[in-house]
Design a protein around this ligand. Structure first.
Ligand code: FE2
Ligand code: FE2
Length: 359
């Protein structure tokens, strides 16, 4: 089958990868700042203040520094990577960097444009964390001579406008799924240190606790504004759940070597991540996707195969290639729509929204 990831051979390739938007790559967002100003967190004040105290305490302030052995370890292990693994790892670094930096840019922009003191302070803390995360990944790219100019990326990438509620659904989910992804990798490599092919994975535990807390912030915002969680909005929640899960599935399956090198099987890994995310999202979403439904697995796999064929068409180019791309894109969307109507499971929201990262 056509290889879905484009090769990164130079610093220009890395920059191009970060700036290019496809339906499966991380995007940059803008939103309605006036509406953000009107967000009221009074109904969850006690939990909110406790969370803000955690941000203030900044337990990861010293975490995102490389230790003395980092560079050497990275160099030594790099020799053992196959060229395929190396390419997938670089692809992983660039897309992770883009998504960390996307959070950083969004949170910073919200902070600059709102006057609501609760939201402003929260955004400042989250931007602080994401900027550390992005910087930390970038230093690993720099080891390969592939560092990305983040100022330039901020200026040249296009921005997608999302209403605040879409930002809440999508960002909440991406923070929580980000937590689940990183903790699964960390736990696996904790058990099998011989499979840790890069030192960056040693940082993942404390790292993903930041993401977990970012998710908590959006959970509290939504719990404080329960209209976001009922009526027609439930249909949006359903949409974002499926979009985020499907995107992850496609992206992970285009990088099979990466998971295999860690001793993980991509499909199994993804379903574990879905399971953790489903468990976490019970804190706020009234529904969850039925990932064990017999049609769920087969259709998700079908979306991946449509995406690969669309991609092959795009790579081939010309009239035939473009037709092929259009055909398989439409086919993929049709499967997505079918999946959207697979019955979901409902949740009763717990009294208190707050959770601790216990996976
Ligand atoms: Fe992050
Ligand atoms: Fe985050």
């Amino acid at each position: 089958m056509h290889n879905a990831i484009s090769e990164i051979k130079s610093v220009e390739d890395a920059a191009k990868k970060a700036v290019t938007n496809t339906i499966f790559s991380p995007r940059f967002y803008t939103t309605d700042y006036e509406a953000m100003n009107r967000i009221n967190v009074e109904p969850v004040r006690a939990e909110w203040d406790a969370m803000m105290a955690e941000y203030e305490g900044d337990n990861n302030h010293d975490h995102f520094q490389r230790d003395a052995t980092f560079a050497e370890e990275a160099r030594e292990l790099a020799h053992k990577m196959s060229p395929e693994l190396r390419q997938e790892f670089l692809d992983f670094l660039v897309s992770s960097l883009t998504s960390e930096f996307s959070g950083c840019v969004l949170y910073n922009e919200i902070k600059r444009n709102v006057s609501n003191p609760d939201i402003k302070k929260l955004m400042e803390y989250m931007a602080r964390d994401e900027s550390r995360h992005a910087g930390f990944i970038n230093s690993s790219l720099k080891d390969y001579g592939l560092g990305i100019d983040l100022g330039n990326l901020k200026r040249s990438k296009s921005y997608t406008y999302f209403k605040p509620k879409y930002i809440f659904y999508a960002t909440y989910l991406s923070e929580k799924i980000g937590y689940a992804r990183y903790i699964k990798i960390f736990r696996q490599l904790e058990k099998h240190p011989d499979k840790r092919f890069h030192p960056i994975f040693r940082w993942f535990q404390r790292w993903c606790n930041d993401e977990f807390r970012h998710g908590e912030s959006f959970a509290l915002i939504m719990r404080a504004n329960p209209d976001l969680l009922r009526g027609g909005n439930v249909l949006w929640i359903r949409f974002f759940l499926l979009a985020v899960y499907a995107t992850m599935y496609v992206r992970d399956h285009t990088r099979p070597e990466l998971k295999q090198a860690m001793g993980l099987e991509p499909t199994e890994y993804d379903y574990e991540v879905f399971r953790i995310t489903n468990e976490i999202t019970k804190q706020v979403f009234p529904i969850m996707l039925d990932i064990d439904h017999p049609d769920f697995r087969s259709n998700l796999d079908r979306i991946y195969r449509c995406a690969m064929r669309a991609d092959a068409g795009k790579a081939a180019g010309g009239i035939v290639g473009n037709l092929q791309k259009a055909f398989w894109s439409v086919a993929g969307v049709a499967v997505f729509v079918r999946m959207y109507f697979i019955p979901v499971k409902s949740n009763t929201l717990p009294q208190s929204a707050r959770l601790v990262p216990s996976w």
